[in-house]
Design a protein around this ligand. Structure first.
Ligand SMILES: NC(=O)c1ccc[n+]([C@@H]2O[C@H](COP(=O)([O-])OP(=O)(O)OC[C@H]3O[C@@H](n4cnc5c(N)ncnc54)[C@H](O)[C@@H]3O)[C@@H](O)[C@H]2O)c1
Ligand SMILES: O=c1ccn([C@@H]2O[C@H](COP(=O)(O)OP(=O)(O)O[C@H]3O[C@H](CO)[C@H](O)[C@H](O)[C@H]3O)[C@@H](O)[C@H]2O)c(=O)[nH]1
Length: 326
């Protein structure tokens, strides 16, 4: 079977992608420093503990597995922390990726799928958001991802490594079979925090701001199911490995849900209202981020299947019930 190197494969989106890689006939080789990853999430291929900043560890994994391509999830992802400690983010995300790409160059690996983000756009000028909007990040986390997009272009020019930079909107939900799910520590994301509040695992969910210029005053995001994201990665991988051109693609549903709508959806799924309280805006949060993912649909033949917020939230609730109460 063809080996695919999955950096960050023990994390949330990486582990869901490993499951689909295996189902598609590949062997996902997870390379993760386990700072935020989980052993239990690595079920569909070998786990190699290592850091993308460690060139010798990368060389060893390329020598052992000769991967046909790399799917690169490994990164630090806390926006707030990136403002307070930017060095940790530029070193890990940017320098780590340069290290990884030099290892790819030296081992003849010519395809990479990269986790980019809607955070590279900053506060967008238009909605829904197409790929050609100006990219003006408003925090160091977003800057690291934008810099990496440039690194990808330069490595293609110099070394012929082709890429797909997938700009995810808000990853959400859990494996519909309940085998894996989202378990960040600390958790900052709205859906898991709301589910935990609804299950009595923490206090009321704090709604950050109700004075945004949106229909109900709370911020709007495009929640894309993690299995739909994983599916896009398999498609992007196959397009690249068949010689397709490098691309930067948005991945979202094209539908926005407000914070209040998410809290209400969790209440409906759990069968009781979630305790919630108002709180000030969180610094650096744009009012609205909704994808125009037409390009991904056309280029990858990708159609997100979980578009209803209740259906997305249901998979998350099921996972948290089983994983955190069970
Ligand atoms: N979750 C989202 O909504 C979202 C949105 C846009 C983009 N992204 C991007 O998608 C990717 C995956 O996000 P996630 O939510 O699954 O995060 P995650 O923290 O669950 O997974 C990241 C994994 O990378 C590993 N890692 C970090 N630094 C590493 C290093 N130096 N060497 C080896 N392993 C390392 C961590 O241990 C972790 O297992 C990230 O690159 C993130 O920036 C996520
Ligand atoms: O306790 C909470 C947590 C979040 N929110 C709100 O819920 C929305 C979604 O917040 P998340 O933290 O779940 O997600 P973000 O939109 O901030 O972040 C996501 O998208 C970013 C791009 O903007 C990055 O890519 C990041 O990695 C990814 O998690 C925001 O309006 C936020 O203010 C609350 O009201 N209360």
């Amino acid at each position: 079977m063809t080996n695919i190197l999955v950096t960050g494969g023990a994390g949330y989106i990486g582990s869901h992608t490993c499951k689909l890689l295996k189902a598609a006939g590949y062997t996902p080789v997870t390379f993760d420093n386990m700072v935020y990853g989980h052993d239990w999430a690595v079920k569909w291929g070998p786990l190699e503990r290592g850091d993308i900043l460690d060139r010798a560890a990368l060389d060893a994994v390329f020598d052992t597995y000769a991967p046909a391509a790399v799917i690169h999830f490994a990164a630090y992802t806390y926006v707030g922390e990136s403002v307070e400690n930017p060095g940790r983010y530029y070193r890990n995300n940017v320098a780590g990726t340069v290290n990884l790409m030099e290892a790819m160059r030296d081992h003849g690996c010519r395809s990479i799928i990269f986790s980019s983000t809607c955070a590279t756009y900053g506060v967008p000028e238009r909605m829904p958001m197409t790929e050609d909007l100006p990219q003006k990040p408003i925090n160091p986390y977003g800057w690291t991802k934008l810099m990496i997009e440039q690194v990808l272009r330069d490595f293609e020019t110099a070394h012929g490594i082709s890429h797909m930079a997938l700009r995810y909107f808000n990853a959400a939900g859990a494996d519909p079979d309940g085998e894996i799910g989202e378990d960040h520590d600390p958790e900052t994301h709205l859906i898991p925090l709301t589910v935990q509040a609804g299950l009595g695992l923490r206090g009321p969910i704090r709604i950050f701001g109700d004075d945004y210029p949106t229909p109900d005053g709370t911020a709007v995001r495009d929640y894309i199911h993690v299995t739909d994201l994983a599916d896009a990665h398999i498609r992007a991988l196959e397009v690249l490995m068949e010689g397709g051109a490098s691309r930067m693609l948005n991945l979202g549903t094209g539908h926005g849900a407000s914070v209040r709508e998410v809290v209400d959806a969790v209440g409906r799924v759990l069968g009781q209202p979630v305790p919630a309280e108002m709180a000030p805006r969180r610094a650096g949060d744009p009012p609205m981020l909704v994808a125009d993912a037409t390009r991904a649909r056309n280029e990858l033949g990708w159609v997100p299947r979980h578009t209803d917020i209740d259906a997305i939230v249901e998979t998350a609730c099921r996972w948290h019930r089983a994983h955190q109460l069970g």
